[in-house]
Design a protein around this ligand. Structure first.
Ligand SMILES: [Zn+2]
Length: 436
């Protein structure tokens, strides 16, 4: 069986050897510099010098969000005076975690983001609106700014919190590239239409999407991706990144998944037991970012489900690519024998006329089944909860309870200013909360 790790798929041998040698250095660094991993290696009787093969590597323990949260300070691997920037994860799924960065980490972040922008064809003459926060100890906006600066493109630091402000900046500063969260960019488009501006006529050539997948599992644009393309009249690029991995996987213009950067990160796809799955099989994305000084990690479980694509990309690259995120492991729904991710329901709703936003609530019904309630925004008189529920059932085999509400109610519930993207999934399965 070919395992779904970058190292064992059909990779250029030199690249695989270089990556393994960087990995050995990384693991040696963890042992000397990271209090958390020094203790962990001692407990399991492992010495970094014993790492001789990818099989040795696959036998090392995984690190999860819980370990990182509960022992956060032990992950800091440099003296405090070497830290030049602190980031926090957004805390959508729990307590925020601190990630400390050194000067070298910021340079690595710059290189990573520069490569993501280059993959999308961004050049010095581009004017790029950054629709992600540079403040509030977020990493993403900072990374985009650093990458654009390296390319020499013009950055327009709009942030993500206020669609009206972003719309205003688009009119005044005339970017030709947008970087942002798809569902928030759709709100910006609404603001523009309210000002009698057609978003497709504003000269936007490219939209680089962050935080939400815009492709389906087969790599075609999802309904959300198609809608963005039509709205802005632009080429759409998907990216996947997280604060913990401090690395981004970006589409090239062939849109065949996010190109992996073997010099910067080792990617594995694993099953529930943490074992590598066959190439092309969906599983949890596990990452080991290389060359990190401040907060280095080993085999970190992202909680995101995806699969690797290994056919040669249209751009000629033979390195594997990471497909869109199909869902979060913790958000998998079990409904009377069927399992699905909330994204499958979102995808149906994005295709329905008259739907303006949605969110899901999930409750425990009985041991092996969840009760799903879908709140759908809409003012179209042709929209009824029955037709929406039927449309969902036709595509997913799960018929949830549907509640129609005004679009403003959806926005009020899902747009949380402190968070970087809308929250559309509310999980009450283990909270003891009764369905209201
Ligand atoms: Zn490519």
């Amino acid at each position: 069986m070919v395992l779904s790790s970058l190292h064992s798929v059909d990779l250029d041998t030199t690249m695989a050897q270089q990556q393994f040698s960087s990995l050995q250095q990384h693991v040696a660094y963890l042992q000397t510099a990271s209090p958390y991993y020094r203790d962990l290696f001692q407990q399991i009787g492992f010495d970094a010098k014993e790492l001789k093969s990818w099989t040795d590597f696959a036998n090392l323990p995984l690190t999860g969000k819980a370990e990182l949260t509960h022992n956060n300070a032990d992950f800091l691997a440099v003296p405090a005076e070497q830290v030049v920037d602190v980031c926090q994860t957004s805390g959508i799924t729990g307590t925020p975690v601190t990630i400390w960065q050194t000067e070298s980490d910021l340079q690595r972040l710059t290189t990573n983001e520069q490569r993501a922008f280059v993959a999308a064809g961004i050049v010095a003459s581009d004017r790029v609106l950054i629709g992600a926060a540079l403040d509030r100890v977020f990493m993403a906006g900072l990374a985009y700014f650093l990458g654009l600066r390296q390319i020499g493109a013009t950055a327009i630091r709009a942030g993500s919190g206020q669609p009206a402000l972003v719309a205003e900046l688009i009119c005044r500063q005339q970017p030709n590239v947008l970087v942002g969260v798809p569902s928030i960019l759709q709100l910006v488009a609404q603001q523009l239409r309210q000002r009698q501006k057609d978003p497709a006529q504003l000269g936007i050539d490219k939209v680089i999407c962050i935080g939400e997948p815009i492709r389906s599992d087969d790599l075609s644009l999802s309904p959300l991706g198609e809608s963005l393309r039509a709205t802005w009249g632009a080429e759409i690029f998907g990216t996947y990144a997280s604060t913990e991995m401090a690395t981004a996987f970006a589409d090239c213009s062939y849109g065949c998944g996010g190109h992996l950067l073997p010099e910067l990160i080792v990617v594995e796809i694993v099953d529930d037991a943490g074992q590598p799955v066959a190439v092309g099989t969906a599983g949890e994305v596990v990452v080991t970012p290389l060359g990190i000084e401040g907060t280095p990690l080993l085999r970190y479980r992202t909680g995101d489900i995806s699969r690797l694509h290994t056919e040669t990309c249209g751009c000629g690259s033979q390195a594997p690519r990471l497909g869109p995120i199909i869902g979060r492991r913790a958000q998998m729904l079990k409904c009377r024998g069927t399992t699905l991710f909330p994204a499958a329901i979102s995808s149906v709703l994005q295709e329905l006329d008259g739907v303006q936003g949605h969110y899901l609530e999930v409750y425990s019904e009985y041991d092996l089944s969840d009760r799903v309630r879908v709140f759908v925004g809409g003012t179209d008189p042709n929209l009824s909860s029955t037709t929406v529920a039927q449309a969902i059932a036709a595509k997913t085999r799960v018929k949830p309870e549907v509640v129609l509400v005004r679009p403003e109610q959806i926005t009020a519930k899902t747009i949380i200013p402190e968070l970087r993207k809308p929250v559309t999934f509310f999980d009450y399965r283990n909270s003891g909360k009764e369905q209201g």
